[in-house]
Design a binder for this molecule. Structure first.
Ligand code: WTA
Length: 656
């Protein structure tokens, strides 16, 4: 569809109701909204029955704003719920994961029965390394089954996993390890990306120089590269896990027992350790997976194309699918490892029926052309999902037409690391979807869009997205920092959870997410704060000052644009400009991660500032997005911004 045609169509039809056939067989039927609205607390108590409890909860919600407890007198084991109970129910031979390697032809199939043994061995090994209930374990691993096995083994022991995306630098890794005082790290020698081995262990070694409390490192051998070894601290997985007994009796823990920490970027330079507890998190992960993805455990093959280093991987590669006992695909590589049709081959070969990914990936696949999906048999697909950033109608329509064959419902799911599980989404057998809209709060979830004063806006109006009532998988806080939790999420609008996103209610009252309204950027669905990148830049010796903005980008949603002033004289800067920009980019990659590399770095003798000395970020954002500049009269020197705009429009400092 051309853009003009698409617009005309959107004007005219505006929505896609589910087919009768889909609606009839859907897990969630229309009465679910009424049932939940009539008594949300009772609704969630029923949802908790999706789990196997050692002691069933009699309490549902205890709410001491902003601190919630859900199902607090219940006890359970997360790992038992994900694995053992399915084996006990006779499903030991059912495939839990089809693992697809980065390299062509490399794959592993792991049944629930096998997974149970792997988890038991890993749990026994971690016990041998001294891990016990309440301890924190850092997981810094590639997309290999051992990563999932580790997560399940950690929670089986009542310990807490802090999975750190393997693309993060040694520095990012050490600050996260220190913040939650992890004493054990599980990693691999390296990872494969498009056939090349990328080392991981050296980053761990580097990070641990500043983490004296880490006493053990467990290393999976993946790439067989040379690694340095610290005797007594480092252990090969194959030495210590393989020899363990393949049974392990799970202990039960309180529903409010902390299960995981996931670091995410806020508006300051210091990432926040968002933590989740067991009963509520698992309940909502399970319910959302069942209702939104409409999973049929006996027949579906589900592929959440995300990394376990992010919350999407936690809730929808690991916990949601496993609690529901479905078969999942786990893919190690990049979308084009082995060619631009790789993605579609994975779907064809594994008969994937449910596909969940980020709009950035969809836009990239779209750019590569629809001849690739067209050349493969995608008829197994029956539902598509997106997450992580607003999806533009064009990408939505491409996904629907060229991937979903105009037959698969699309669920655009809004949620956050903090919400733990999906909050706003269509229900595929009920909702008439609109391209680009996440539509409606889920049953049992209450959200609103409010104005500056916290008043609910009317249909057709925009404002700030808030959640008005507690939900089971809400974060229980920022690890070790309850004050920051209150300030960040609960102070802007007293009594309401402030998500940090802008949103609009359309004429029908349906919700459209508009992106972050704070200093958080969304780069390819990865959250980064402007301050975090600014800190990295000013940490570079030659840099005097830096301002970072997220500018809209046709593929990655947003891209990082940095405005930097150097301590060098203008002349020196001119001379070394290209080299300096390259060095700055590498520096950011080293301090944070390659995902944080600016798309463009503008070296400028000055940053635009107000008379009171504040950097005018609004103007820089206008510059970065090539918008006409508004009022510049409050600036100390209005010519500064014009010369920056000039450099920007020439494409100076753009990554090749
Ligand atoms: C954004 C990812 C629009 C949003 C699960 C949120 C979205 C941030 C959507 C959380 C969506 C997520 N439409 N925006 N469907 N889903 N976002 O913590 O800005 O990595 O605040 O969690 O992603 O990112 P996080």
């Amino acid at each position: 569809m051309t853009e003009a045609k698409l617009e005309a169509w959107l004007e005219e039809t505006r929505s896609f109701p589910p087919s009768e056939e889909f609606a009839k067989q859907a897990n969630a039927q229309p009465s679910i909204y009424e049932e939940a609205a009539a008594d949300p607390i009772a609704y969630w108590r029923t949802q908790a029955d999706r789990l196997t409890w050692t002691k069933a909860p009699t309490k549902t919600l205890e709410w001491d704003l902003p601190f919630a407890k859900w199902f607090s007198d219940g006890t359970l084991n997360a790992s038992y719920n994900c694995v053992d109970r399915h084996v006990e129910a006779g499903k030991g031979d059912k495939v839990a994961y089809h693992w697809v390697g980065d390299a062509e032809g490399e794959s592993r199939t792991i049944t629930y029965g096998e997974l149970q043994k792997m988890v038991a061995k890993a749990a026994n090994a971690l016990s041998e390394l001294g891990v016990k209930s309440g301890d924190r374990v850092a997981v810094y691993m590639p997309m290999i089954p051992e990563a999932i096995v580790t997560m399940l083994a950690v929670v089986r022991l009542g310990a807490v996993h802090s999975v750190i995306f393997a693309g993060f630098s040694a520095e990012s890794l050490s600050s996260r390890i220190l913040d939650s005082d992890c004493q054990v790290v599980v990693t691999a020698d390296g990872a494969f990306r498009r056939g090349a081995a990328a080392p991981l262990k050296p980053a761990v070694d580097e990070a641990l120089k500043s983490c004296p409390n880490v006493r053990a490192v467990l290393v999976v051998q993946r790439t067989k590269g040379d690694v340095e070894w610290v005797e007594g601290r480092d252990h090969w997985w194959h030495d210590i896990v393989d020899k363990q007994a393949d049974t392990h009796a799970p202990e039960s823990f309180d529903a409010e027992h902390t299960m995981l920490i996931m670091y995410t970027s806020g508006t300051t330079a210091k990432p926040k350790g968002i933590f989740h507890t067991t009963g509520g998190y698992l309940t909502q992960a399970a319910t959302t997976y069942y209702n939104i993805f409409d999973v049929k455990p006996d027949t579906d093959v589900c592929w959440t194309a995300a990394d376990i280093g992010w919350i999407t991987g936690h809730s929808y590669i690991v916990y949601g699918p496993l609690i529901n006992g479905v078969t999942s695909v786990m893919y190690e590589g990049l979308p084009d490892s082995g060619g631009r049709d790789r993605w579609w081959r994975i779907i064809e070969e594994n008969k994937v029926s449910i596909l969940y990914t980020a709009p950035t990936t969809i836009r990239t696949l779209m750019k590569w052309g629809h001849q690739h999906p067209a050349s493969k048999d995608l008829s197994s697909l029956r539902l598509l999902g997106t997450v992580g950033e607003p999806i533009n109608p064009e990408a939505w329509m491409w996904y629907r037409e060229h991937v979903g064959g105009n037959r698969c419902p699309i669920v655009d799911t809004w949620w956050q690391t903090e919400t733990g599980a999906i909050m706003i989404s269509p229900l595929p057998g009920i909702t008439a979807t609109k391209p680009g809209a996440a539509m409606k709060a889920l049953p049992g979830i209450m959200v609103d869009v409010v104005d500056n004063e916290g008043n609910s806006v009317g249909n057709g109006e925009g404002g700030y997205l808030v959640v008005t009532h507690p939900w089971p998988s809400m974060t229980r806080g920022i690890y070790g920092d309850p004050e920051r939790f209150k300030e960040t999420y609960w102070a802007r609008f007293p009594g309401l959870y402030f998500a940090g996103d802008g949103a609009k209610k359309d004429e029908d009252g349906d919700l459209w997410l508009l992106g972050r309204i704070d200093d958080v950027m969304n780069i390819s669905g990865h959250r980064l704060s402007t301050t975090e990148v600014e800190h990295a830049l000013v940490g570079y010796p030659a840099v005097a000052e830096a301002a970072v903005v997220g500018a809209s980008d046709p593929t990655t949603g947003q891209a990082i644009v940095a405005f930097v002033t150097l301590k060098l004289s203008a002349e020196d800067a001119e001379k070394d400009q290209t080299a300096t920009i390259e060095a700055l980019r590498d520096h950011v990659a080293k301090v944070i991660s390659p995902i944080a590399k600016p798309r463009q770095i503008i070296l400028t003798p000055e940053l635009p500032k107000t008379r009171s000395g504040k950097i005018m970020r609004r103007l820089l954002r206008d510059v970065a997005e090539n918008r006409p500049l508004g009022d510049v009269t409050t600036l100390t020197d209005p010519t500064v911004v014009n010369s920056i705009a000039d450099l920007m429009s020439k494409g100076d400092g753009t990554e090749e």
